[in-house]
Write a protein that binds this ligand. Structure first.
Ligand SMILES: [Zn+2]
Length: 98
């Protein structure tokens, strides 16, 4: 039996309700983490080229210390690439480009 709140006439929550709420919040957090792991926008590997389907390559651009992801096909209809100051940034830009 829970003691009534001395401040408000709000129903007091049982320990089970509080625990269930915490479990639900924890489960949602774990689920979000798992969903993020499988979201291609968070992948550290470049997706196939959106224009020709060929695999993409990550490399450094000359001496600029910038990373670029480019299509590996010489017959690609579009000369496309995405750059970033880190490898992950370049891959993310490549995977989310229009
Ligand atoms: Zn391509």
């Amino acid at each position: 039996m829970n003691a009534p709140s001395p401040y408000l006439n709000l129903p007091t929550r049982s320990q089970d309700e509080v625990l269930a709420e915490r479990m639900a919040a924890y489960n949602a957090k774990v689920l979000n983490t798992i969903v993020a792991l499988f979201d291609p926008r968070n992948a550290s590997q470049p997706l196939a080229c959106a224009h020709c389907g060929s695999s993409a390559h990550v490399g450094l651009v000359g001496f600029t210390k910038k990373y670029a992801v480019t299509c590996e096909s010489e017959d690609c209809p579009v000369d496309c690439q995405a750059t970033g100051s880190t490898r992950d940034e370049a891959v993310k830009a490549w995977n989310t480009r229009a």
